[in-house]
Design a protein around this ligand. Structure first.
Ligand code: NAD
Length: 256
């Protein structure tokens, strides 16, 4: 049975990879993101896999923006079976120089939007006795790195929320899990390579080898396709007992 999947921040990087995996699985997708070609991306994935796709460029920094996206999803699709909270941003800086505005934006998007989107779908998921919520946290949801105070705070918050939602959803076949990737080569990380190079006074090549992948035992970026596959696995009809967990795909980072 094809389901309707709402994925935040799905017109780039990991979200796009997850969208493609669900489309390949025969599911319909509500795309969201700030990329200008979002509508074209949604259309091309829809045509490629023969599924219904729609796009809304809601800005998820505010509760109103999140509600607008969720209302759009229900208006276009009629129901939402799977919610993937993926949209996120990063800023790297020592805390003493960390701009307060950047901190507030990271908390608003990376953590608060997860709460708002989930709150907006949860009652309907309970009523339909089916819901799969997948939060894209990070290895930084369970481990820390210096200069990432806002991001690590937000991602740890998402892991905490994931556990609460698993408990609240359990009697209603509504599950919630977090995916915790190590480094994935996306536009977000390409930006970080530049920032880290500046912060550490290193070349971009040195940052990749000595800073970014230094904590991963496996010295390669996590493939986006694997994140898509695990998201589809977590959303399966028979995955009722898979809930409240963090799934690390971090090249052995958190094994240490
Ligand atoms: P990305 O920059 O490629 O994609 C982010 C998406 O979020 C884009 O579609 C962007 O338009 C959207 N977005 C940004 N601000 C938004 C806003 N205000 N409202 C709505 N949408 C907005 O980044 P990515 O690397 O694919 O990251 C996706 C998620 O994965 C993030 O939550 C990130 O923290 C997490 N993550 C990434 C990595 C990595 O190494 N890339 C590792 C662990 C976790």
């Amino acid at each position: 049975m094809s389901r309707n999947v709402l994925i935040t921040g799905s017109t780039s990087g990991i979200g796009l990879g997850i969208a493609e995996a669900f489309a390949k699985n025969g599911d319909n997708i509500v795309f969201n993101g700030l990329e200008e070609n979002g509508a074209e991306i949604a259309k091309s994935i829809g045509e490629k896999y023969g599924v219904k796709t729609v796009f809304k460029n809601s800005n998820l920094m505010t509760p109103e923006g999140v509600q607008e996206l969720v209302d759009f999803a229900y208006a276009e699709m009629g129901s939402v079976e799977v919610l993937v909270n993926n949209a996120g941003i990063q800023h790297v800086s020592p805390i003493e120089d960390f701009p307060i505005e950047k901190y507030q934006q990271i908390i608003a998007l990376n953590m608060n939007s997860v709460f708002y989107a989930t709150k907006a779908v949860f009652k309907k998921m309970k009523d339909q006795k089916f819901g799969r919520i997948i939060n894209v946290s990070s290895v930084h949801g369970i481990r820390a790195s210096e200069f990432k105070s806002a991001y690590v705070t937000a991602k740890h918050g998402v892991v905490g929320l994931t556990k609460v939602l698993a408990l609240e959803g359990a009697p209603f076949n509504v599950t919630c899990n977090a995916i915790c990737p190590g480094y994935v080569k996306t536009p977000l990380v390409e930006g970080q390579i530049k920032d880290q190079a500046k912060a550490h006074n290193m070349s971009e090549e040195e940052v990749v080898e000595n800073v970014m992948l230094q904590k991963q035992a496996v010295k390669s970026f996590v493939p986006i396709e694997k994140l898509g596959e695990i998201a589809v696995f977590l959303a399966a009809e028979n995955a009722t007992t898979v809930s409240g967990s963090t799934f690390t795909l971090d090249g052995g980072w958190s094994a240490q």
